[in-house]
Design a protein around this ligand. Structure first.
Ligand code: KG4
Ligand code: ZN
Length: 332
């Protein structure tokens, strides 16, 4: 079975071809990030305009790379949410047009669920049920997955998503956008124990809250700027290392607790923040200690991409799920 995947939920325009829900034949990603950098965040209007301009070309390139003709496609799959409204509509409209004109079934899928599915595209056998932690720029969610259509939310963020907190802290520190990789780089040369930050407590122990730690960084840097003492570059490296350490420990603690509560043996990670080496290493090592199998998507499929969409949609398609031409965005 050959599925075409389309992903336009944020700044990326991605089209992929996936065989039998597991094998990536192509996964083309065009990013408009350089046009957003000067604004310190993604500007929805710019993102959707770029997607409109590039989607046909990206799709043609994905088909060419896969060596597949459109009439060999069995399923057109697309992210229908959550994400930016205008961006999602570009992908959905393109998918509908292909589906209608070629008479190929259409299926819209959830972007956040697709993120943990990326682990199934790496040739490994992963048995159900499992716990999944998705940490991206828009979401921080813990799921209990009994099957691909039986997904229970165990915890979510009350406020900022984890990647959003990285981006906002980087902005506060004047580092640029996107913040995650910039903070990670500086954290390498900082002391993670130098400043005691905390992530706020949550009523449900598996929920998350990152806006408090972001504000704590803001107050810390203001105090340093007012006192004008010490090596400012070193202080910023220490803030990055301490912030990252606290966030990683919080994610690791809650993910392991969720696995214990649900008595599962596997933990799957997904989302852009999983590109963070400190997070990958900590989750891998704590999982070994706790006797859990930890699955991490390779760096190329952590961030937004259409292969995860095509793979996940293929699994739902096999179960009989279909969308029709009334398919709309689902922003929740
Ligand atoms: O999954 P993704 O590509 O898009 C969303 O669905 O949001 O994630 C993007 C997020 C951004 O907030 C970015 O700062 C963060 O992932 N990110 C990182 C790293 N690389 C990307 N966060 C921490 N460390 C990184 N190395
Ligand atoms: Zn994403």
């Amino acid at each position: 079975m050959i599925a075409l995947g389309i992903e336009t939920s944020c700044d990326e325009t991605s089209v992929a071809v996936v065989k039998d829900a597991r094998k990536i034949l192509s996964n083309e990603v065009a990013s408009s990030i350089k046009f957003h950098k000067q604004y310190g965040g993604v500007i929805p209007e710019i993102a959707s305009r770029m997607q409109l301009e590039t989607i046909s070309e990206v799709a043609a390139s994905a088909l060419r790379e896969a060596g597949i003709k459109l009439n060999n496609i069995d399923l057109i799959s697309v992210t229908c949410g959550p994400g930016l409204l205008g961006s999602l509509l570009v992908g959905i409209s393109f998918a509908k047009a292909l589906s209608l004109s070629l008479g190929i079934p259409l299926l819209g899928v959830n972007h956040v669920h697709s993120h943990f599915y990326a682990n199934f595209l790496q040739g490994k056998i992963i048995s159900l049920p499992f716990v999944a932690l998705v940490v991206s720029g828009g979401h921080t969610s813990l799921f209990y997955v009994r099957d691909f259509d039986k997904i229970e939310v165990l915890g979510e963020t009350y406020d900022d998503a984890c990647g959003e907190a990285f981006d906002k802290v980087a902005k506060i520190l004047g580092l640029g956008y996107p913040g995650g990789p910039l903070i990670e780089r500086l954290a390498l040369r900082g002391d993670p124990k130098s400043i005691k930050f905390n992530c706020s407590g949550t009523k449900n122990v598996l929920d998350f809250s990152f806006s408090g730690i972001k504000t704590a960084v803001l107050y810390h840097i203001r105090k340093l700027e007012a006192s004008r003492c010490g090596d400012m570059d070193k202080q910023i490296r220490n803030i990055c290392a301490s912030f990252q350490y606290t966030v990683v420990e919080t994610l690791a603690k809650k993910a392991i607790l969720a696995c214990k509560m649900k008595k599962v043996k596997s933990l799957l990670l997904g989302g852009g923040v999983v590109a963070n080496k400190a997070l990958r290493e900590r989750l891998a090592s704590i999982s070994v200690k706790e006797g859990l199998g930890c699955h991490l998507p390779s760096l190329g499929i952590c961030m937004d991409n259409a292969a995860m969409v095509a793979g996940f949609a293929s699994q739902l398609f096999k179960k009989g799920y279909r969308s029709n031409l009334y398919l709309n965005t689902d922003l929740n």
